[in-house]
Design a protein around this ligand. Structure first.
Ligand SMILES: NC(=O)c1ccc[n+]([C@@H]2O[C@H](COP(=O)([O-])OP(=O)(O)OC[C@H]3O[C@@H](n4cnc5c(N)ncnc54)[C@H](OP(=O)(O)O)[C@@H]3O)[C@@H](O)[C@H]2O)c1
Length: 289
């Protein structure tokens, strides 16, 4: 299978390339494709001639999006819609990635795919708009919602916590937001599997895909720091003690039943994927007890 991945240097785009295995992954990032000005999509698709397309590009800076609404909407909503139209015109399977931040986190239970969206911030609003626009343009597309993504490379929550743990005597990390931390390589394997299933005729729609288990940001920071062999203490603090430009949802655990039952997709428990991520980072990957 030949996959065209939109996005080149992002966490998920890189992980898709790393996990290609016997498949061929062609990444198209900027300047070749600028989703804010999506011209030349048909030419790109014609040149690459893929079996499926995965959109791994997005405006992901949650706080910055609050003051950059136009760009966030272009990248998360209108750009993906143009991609979906281009894929639909060639009857190509299309996977688009969305987020747990389409929810307000007040439901008190894991969110199934058909739960009502109610984003608290611009990032979530534009991603929710993107879900709708993609499915309207390409009803057979698969919109994969995931959560709390980190990877062995690049800057992300895990790498930031490891850096801070090495610099500071103690850390305070928010403990009243919970979700399902998801390692990019584990997610990429599932996305490639799903692309093959779509190609073979599997149904599209919304689908939650994340590592299993649940954690607070404090839990994730603590497990990463312990796993890397550091002893820096990590104290839990409430969201109210860590003000951010964008509001964050409290409990965005995704219900993973449909992925397991309909597509046979079940990612490892988050602590196992974190351990493997730390190994890839050359940090030993010792499991926190
Ligand atoms: N990170 C998370 O915690 C998280 C959680 C839930 C869902 N998601 C979703 O998962 C997907 C992948 O996220 P990620 O963590 O891999 O993001 P990321 O590391 O921030 O990468 C963003 C990607 O978007 C691309 N991009 C940015 N502006 C662009 C533009 N104008 N035109 C074309 N491409 C552009 C970048 O392109 P270049 O390669 O050209 O730099 C990069 O590949 C996104 O849909 C995101 O919303 C992420």
């Amino acid at each position: 299978m030949k996959l065209l991945v939109i996005g080149s240097t992002g966490q998920v785009a890189r992980a898709l390339a790393a996990k290609a295995g016997d498949h061929e992954v062609v990444r198209a990032g900027r300047p070749q494709i600028d989703l804010a000005h999506p011209t030349g999509l048909a030419d790109l698709i014609g040149q690459v001639s893929p079996d499926a397309i995965i959109n791994a590009a997005a405006y992901t800076a949650v706080d910055r999006a609050e003051d950059d609404i136009k760009a966030a909407r272009a990248l998360n909503e209108t750009g993906p819609a143009a991609l979906a139209r281009a894929a639909a015109a060639r009857r190509l399977p299309f996977l688009h990635i969305s987020t747990d931040y389409v929810f307000n986190g007040m439901g008190g239970a894991p969110y199934a795919e058909d739960a009502e969206t109610a984003p608290l911030n611009v990032y979530g609003q534009t991603k929710a708009g993107g879900e709708e626009a993609v499915l309207a343009a390409h009803p057979a597309a698969l919109v994969v919602r995931t959560s709390w993504v980190y990877a062995p490379e690049g800057q992300n929550f895990v790498s930031t916590m490891l850096r801070l743990a090495a610099e500071k005597d103690a850390l305070n990390v928010v403990s009243d937001q919970i979700g399902r931390p998801t390692e990019a390589h584990a997610l990429a394997e599932a996305l490639i599997d799903l692309a093959a299933q779509l190609r073979a005729g599997a149904e599209g729609g919304l689908l939650n895909v994340a590592n299993t288990g649940e954690a607070s940001w404090r839990d994730l920071a603590d497990a990463a720091i312990r796993g890397a062999g550091l002893s820096t203490p990590v104290t839990g603090i409430p969201t109210s003690a860590w003000p951010t430009r964008a509001r964050r949802p409290g409990d965005t655990r995704l219900d993973l039943t449909r992925a397991r039952e309909v597509y046979g997709i079940e990612l490892p428990v988050w602590r196992d994927s974190l351990e493997r991520c730390l190994e890839m980072m050359g940090l030993g990957g010792r499991r926190a007890s």
